[in-house]
Ligand binder design. Structure first.
Ligand code: BG6
Length: 482
């Protein structure tokens, strides 16, 4: 199978915060991979813009190190040299005037211009105002912004207002990197490219859906940020919400940005407000050699959650009666993210009670390995009567697709989409605000009740209460790491 790489048009990507962690770890390595695959045409430039006192040569060295760190020793020197030659730098003050004329001087009018705001949201206003004042924006200009996009509905609305006062919504690319993950896009392909699933994709046939994003790492190093955020703001409001939307949405009429985002928005607006007893929050405990959440957060009184599990419903015709269980956390048993669609029992078992209970399960695994497994019930081989057994119909993408299965990093896809002007995998203003509108009352609720998250053992399945959340309904989570 030959993968088709279609080069994008010549572009300039100006990265505000170009010397920062995101640029080093994600943006620059992603650009390198696209460059090596021939997707970035000659003449395109990556211009770092930051307060750091650096010149072009120093920024080129920074880019070179970023690629070697991310990709390792296998980097070939010739393409790397060509790639690095595309890097330029301006020292700039986002809140002052220093560097802006220099940036203007570097601009060329024959190409697509994208400004990546890889900086904290408190700088969005200053950057937007100066881009406008220095006439750096034309109709073809794109603005890329990262999460966190606000910390509640009001702050998200304020950020949207700042951006919309200077740019058109069609120019604004709000990144949720989960949408750039290959399997997340595959969710849409599986649902809407096959006849097999869609007729069964509703509460008549589906008992419940579980969405898990489990991480093994703790919050060490980002503790102070995380303490103000917590799993709800850091993961559920955005990443898990997107997974839920793609799982639950109606088929859009077309695979185009507004058609897809309209359908996702309808899901968010149909979400039930979660009852307090359907939310479990936790904090990981210390181990013999590693600190616990509160030490990592540098706040021994912290009430912030490093784990959350909850049950909600999408209140519409398709999903009435089918609960969605979401869970995410740090320091869990494994890095393991998946969507599990658990089908209902057959209406009548012709094999009698001794055959036991068997259910079909469709498991869409996002990471670490990508693939789809369908659990089907078959007869246990042997002469001993009709005993039933569940076996997986397994499709590992790596096995089925060979080399083509190597999943590109989400940022590779997303940055190329920015240049191509395709907003399908980016969040729209109303979508982000609606997601906060659902999240806010839940957070306000536990804050008002002074709820304290339950401790859980590091590298476990999370707090026992999360297990009970399912068990009370006669259901079970899939084991993390199984
Ligand atoms: C980020 C969160 O958005 O996503 C992090 O801020 C989290 O806390 C990360 O670790 C998870 O991303 P991935 O791609 O490793 O699953």
């Amino acid at each position: 199978m030959v993968s088709r790489i279609i080069p994008v048009d010549v572009f300039d990507l100006i990265i505000f915060g170009g010397t920062g962690d995101l640029a080093r770890r994600k943006i620059i390595p992603a650009l390198y991979k696209r460059f090596v695959d021939g997707q970035i045409p000659a003449g395109s430039r990556i211009i770092g813009a930051a307060r750091t006192d650096m010149d072009q040569a120093a920024f080129q060295l920074f880019a070179r190190e970023s690629v070697s760190d991310a990709i390792g020793k296998s980097v070939a020197s010739e393409p790397l040299a060509q790639f690095i030659a595309a890097f330029d730098y301006v020292q700039i003050d986002a809140m002052g005037d220093e560097g802006w004329e220099a940036l203007v001087g570097k601009m060329q009018s024959d190409r697509i211009r994208s400004f990546y705001f890889s900086v904290g949201p408190s700088l969005f206003d200053d950057l937007a105002e100066r881009l406008d004042r220095y006439n750096l924006v034309d109709a073809e200009t794109r603005i890329v912004v990262e999460k966190p996009f606000g910390r509640d509905q009001d702050s998200a609305r304020a950020l949207n207002k700042v951006l919309s006062s200077r740019f058109d919504e069609t120019q604004i690319y709000r990144i949720d990197h989960y949408l750039g993950k290959e399997t997340v896009q595959n969710l849409m392909a599986v649902r809407f490219g096959n006849m097999l699933f869609e007729p069964l994709w509703n509460s008549q046939y589906i008992d419940h859906i579980q969405i898990t994003v489990a991480e093994q790492v703790g919050v060490g190093g980002r503790g102070a940020y995380y303490d103000k955020s917590g799993a709800m703001r850091d993961m559920v409001q955005n990443h898990l919400m997107q997974l839920l939307c793609l799982t639950a949405m109606e088929p859009p009429a077309k695979f185009d940005p507004d058609a897809v985002r309209d359908e996702k928005l309808k899901v968010i607006r149909a979400l039930e407000t979660v009852e307090p007893h359907h939310i479990v929050r936790g904090q990981y405990s210390e181990t013999e050699d590693e600190s616990g959440f509160r030490e990592d957060a540098e706040n021994m009184q912290s009430r912030t959650e490093s784990f959350i599990a909850l049950k909600t419903h999408v209140q519409n015709w398709r999903w009435a009666g089918t609960p969605f269980y979401l869970r995410t956390g740090k320091r869990l048993a494994a890095r393991d993210s998946e969507i599990v669609v658990v089908f209902k029992d057959t209406p009548h078992s012709i094999f009698g009670p001794e055959a036991g209970k068997h259910r079909n399960e469709l498991r869409i695994q996002l990471q670490p390995d990508e693939g789809i497994t369908l659990k089907v019930t078959i007869k246990e081989p042997g002469p001993g009567g009709m005993r039933l057994l569940d076996v997986p119909l397994d499709m590992s993408f790596a096995e089925a697709l060979g080399e083509d299965a190597e999943a590109p990093d989400a940022y590779e896809r997303l940055i190329m989409d920015v240049v191509r002007g395709n907003q399908t995998l980016f969040m729209r203003d109303d979508e982000v605000e609606a997601a906060w509108a659902w999240t806010d009352p839940l957070i306000q609720g536990w804050e008002a009740r002074h709820d304290v998250p339950k401790p859980y053992e590091s590298y476990s399945q999370g707090p026992t209460d999360a297990k009970l959340l399912m068990q009370r309904d006669g259901r079970e989570w899939r084991e993390i790491g199984e």
